[in-house]
Design a protein around this ligand. Structure first.
Ligand SMILES: *[C@@H]1O[C@H](CO)[C@@H](O)[C@H](O)[C@H]1NC(C)=O
Ligand SMILES: *[C@@H]1O[C@H](CO)[C@@H](O)[C@H](O)[C@H]1NC(C)=O
Ligand SMILES: *[C@@H]1O[C@H](CO)[C@@H](O)[C@H](O)[C@H]1NC(C)=O
Ligand SMILES: *[C@@H]1O[C@H](CO)[C@@H](O)[C@H](O)[C@H]1NC(C)=O
Ligand SMILES: *[C@@H]1O[C@H](CO)[C@@H](O)[C@H](O)[C@H]1NC(C)=O
Length: 314
């Protein structure tokens, strides 16, 4: 995204760098160059005259604060970069844009506090990435490793990470080891996806007993790799006082509604029954009124017949 907007086009930076550095194959000051390996010490900043054929670059234990994408990008064949024990503060959009063959990248023991989600996006071949011991790193965007599907070892230990989205790592099918120890994990319901993921994958978590929750208080000291089930229990089935109030209200409404409905049904039934009975009674009454004269007639006629019979016999 930000490759194109708001920043210099990287190819322009790249070609400027090319003009200023191309052709210079001598070993930089304070560095020793052996075959395709360069080792530097006592530097305050990245040397601008690095041999372009460098495959392995060790900048361990300098005071470098900034990795210039332009100059680093000239090392097209770089596969191994060790920047451990420096003062690097930030990984920007194109810090590693030119060194796309990188397999090993060690950024441990720096002062990185921000990593752009595009910082590693060109490192499709990266197998080992070490970001451990950056005490001000509080956050890693969930797309940071989107393109690093070759990763086998990822070290995020001893940083200030309290949270990591499970999506950050769940597509890394080659991942064998994941270091998460020494971070102040905040084991609330946001972390339930990661905690459950740690249970179901077969990635190794070395030092997993030191990978513990820092807060909330009731989870403090729980190993993160075992927090999945308690967290799932707390977050998926745990009910607050509000929830109980709500459930009680719902229950009461259903009970009340049911009672009213039953009462109304009862009233209706009684009313209908009454109306029905009245109608029947009226019908009966009418029938009775109609019947009485007929019966007397029958009686009378039978009486007449009886008289006639008597008369006949007499
Ligand atoms: C790095 O800086 C520290 C002070 O911040 C200094 O003591 C140390 O000598 C420096 N190291 C190098 C290699 O320049
Ligand atoms: C590291 O970075 C933080 C800010 O992110 C800063 O406050 C601190 O002084 C830095 N430490 C060193 C040793 O440069
Ligand atoms: C992954 O790499 C492709 C091609 O190299 C690039 O277009 C894309 O933006 C990268 N994705 C991320 C999330 O950086
Ligand atoms: C990362 O760096 C630290 C310190 O340099 C080291 O102890 C650790 O083993 C490294 N992790 C990996 C996966 O190489
Ligand atoms: C946890 O880390 C400390 C050092 O930070 C170490 O001494 C201890 O042995 C580790 N515990 C486990 C269980 O690995």
């Amino acid at each position: 995204m930000s490759f194109a907007t708001g920043h210099w086009p990287w190819w322009l930076l790249f070609s400027c760098g090319m003009i200023s550095v191309a052709g210079n194959e001598v070993c930089p000051k304070k560095c020793t160059c052996r075959l395709l390996e360069v080792i530097c010490s006592g530097l305050m900043e990245y040397p601008l005259d690095m041999p372009m054929t460098t495959r392995q670059l060790v900048l361990k234990g300098n005071n470098i604060t900034f990795l210039p994408a332009v100059n680093l990008g000239l090392l097209n064949d770089l596969v191994y970069l060790d920047c451990t024990f420096n003062q690097i503060t930030e990984i920007m959009d194109f810090t590693f844009i030119g060194v796309y063959k990188l397999i090993y990248l060690d950024l441990s023991f720096n002062n990185i506090s921000h990593i752009s989600p595009y910082g590693f996006s060109m490192l499709h071949n990266l197998v080992i990435l070490n970001i451990s011991n950056n005490p001000h790193l509080t956050e890693i965007d969930k797309y940071t490793f989107a393109n690093n599907t070759a990763l086998r070892h990822l070290d995020l230990s001893n940083t200030a990470l309290e949270f990591l989205d499970a999506q950050t790592i769940h597509h890394l099918f080659n991942l064998k080891t994941l270091h998460l120890e020494g971070n102040p994990w905040h084991c609330d319901c946001l972390l339930v996806d990661l905690a459950v993921y740690l249970i179901v994958t077969n990635i190794d978590y070395p030092d997993d007993l030191n990978t513990t929750c820092k807060d909330p208080a009731e989870m403090a000291g729980w190993p993160l790799t075992m927090a999945g089930n308690p967290l799932r229990y707390r977050c998926l089935t745990h009910l607050d006082r509000q929830d109980y109030a709500f459930l009680f209200l719902i229950g009461f409404c259903i009970f009340f509604g049911g009672t009213v409905a039953a009462w109304l049904t009862g009233v209706c039934a009684v009313l209908c029954e009454n109306i029905h009975r009245k109608a029947e009674d009226e019908e009966l009454d009418e029938e009775k009124k109609d019947d009485r004269p007929k019966r007397t007639q029958i009686f009378k006629s039978s009486h007449k017949n009886f008289d006639a019979m008597n008369h006949h016999f007499v």
